[in-house]
Design a protein around this ligand. Sequence first.
Ligand code: FES
Length: 106
Amino acid sequence: MVKIIYVEPDGTERAVDVEEGHSVMEGAVSNGIRGIVAECGGACSCATCHAYVGDSWLDVIGAAEGDEADMLEFAHEPQANSRLTCQIEVTEALEGLRVLIPDEQA
Ligand code: FES
């Protein structure tokens, strides 16, 4: 299990353990994290699992590319540190990852 810290839209921080191999989106949905909608179930086709990656973590997980970057154009207020959480696979290297969930989803 890998500890992921989700910051919900109202600023509430929730640290939860997510199984390796699952996505950051799945970790949010299965733990009742508020603000991650994930309408398409992880198919990279809805942009409602958008979150901002916490400082310094973008170097570890990398920026969005390809289909994910295209889909992020439909996300609410995308920034340089925006990612679709269904496209981030949880690995040991992400222990302590912090993601900030926006006020609105697409
Ligand atoms: Fe739809 Fe991530 S769950 S793009």
